[in-house]
Design a protein around this ligand. Structure first.
Ligand code: AP5
Length: 207
């Protein structure tokens, strides 16, 4: 099963991707996580830091090369979950030319909620698990792997606002793109995490 997750920053793509990966045994490919794992003193690491600090997208040619290399790995043979890719029309066109998504899950959430989710998010430095300050009850390490919980640089309010603008202009058009491809499924991602996941399971089990 080849799954693409579409949605604004903070819509819950990463949270749900981890649950889907666990239930269906598929690799979770997050382009954001791949970029964040780069050493900051490498050329690519520096390019990422420069773009993400401004809330902007990394140029398409760099992203496409990274995704192509990742998809060549053995664990992708039976499918994958794409989290954060494609994110522009040229990325989607390149992806659909070679590989087709079986389903594009579109996570719909109001912008007010997204701002709260992102500015309140803490992330495990080791495994990438996302937490929200409102439910952390003072914990400082990840309950899954013991890694340190940190706040992402690009989750500051002013950068979040810019990321949402970039989503509107460059990524939102992918909703229409995947509607035309005929694999779009939109879900209300403002519901609690487990409810959203139940809906996803219903969709995936009926493909
Ligand atoms: P990336 O890492 O992909 O960030 P993003 O798309 O902005 O997505 P987020 O990780 O911020 O949000 P999410 O939807 O995964 O939400 P999450 O589950 O964490 O990209 C970062 C940067 O990398 C980009 O800005 C760009 O520079 C670069 N990049 C990456 N891919 C690229 C590409 N293809 N092209 C070009 N550049 C690229 O949840 C957020 C919070 O909400 C958490 O605290 C979570 O606990 C909470 N939460 C989640 N779901 C719920 C729920 N249902 N109810 C209540 N709380 C919830």
């Amino acid at each position: 099963m080849r799954i693409v997750l579409l949605g604004a920053p903070g819509a819950g793509k990463g949270s749900q991707a981890k649950k889907i990966a666990e239930k269906y045994g598929l690799p979770h490919i997050s382009t954001g996580d791949i970029f964040r794992s780069l050493r900051p003193d490498t050329e690519l690491g520096r390019i990422f830091a420069e773009y993400s600090a401004k809330g902007q997208l990394v140029p398409d040619e760099i992203v496409l090369k990274i995704v192509e290399e990742r998809l060549e790995k053995d664990d992708c043979k039976n499918g994958f979950i794409m989290d954060g890719f494609p994110r522009t029309i040229p990325q989607a066109e390149a992806f659909e030319r070679d590989i087709h998504a079986d389903v594009a899950l579109n996570f719909q959430v109001d912008y007010g909620i997204l701002m709260d989710r992102l500015t309140g998010r803490w992330t495990c430095k080791k495994c990438g698990a996302p937490y929200h300050v409102s439910t952390m009850n003072g914990i400082t390490v990840c309950s899954k792997c013991g890694g340190e919980l940190i706040q992402r640089e690009d989750d500051k309010a002013e950068t979040v606002a810019k990321r949402l603008q970039v989503y509107d202009s460059q990524t939102k058009p992918l909703i229409e793109f995947y509607e035309k491809v005929g694999v779009l499924k939109t879900l209300d991602a403002s519901k609690p995490i487990d409810e959203v996941f139940e809906k996803i399971v219903q969709i995936l089990d009926n493909l």
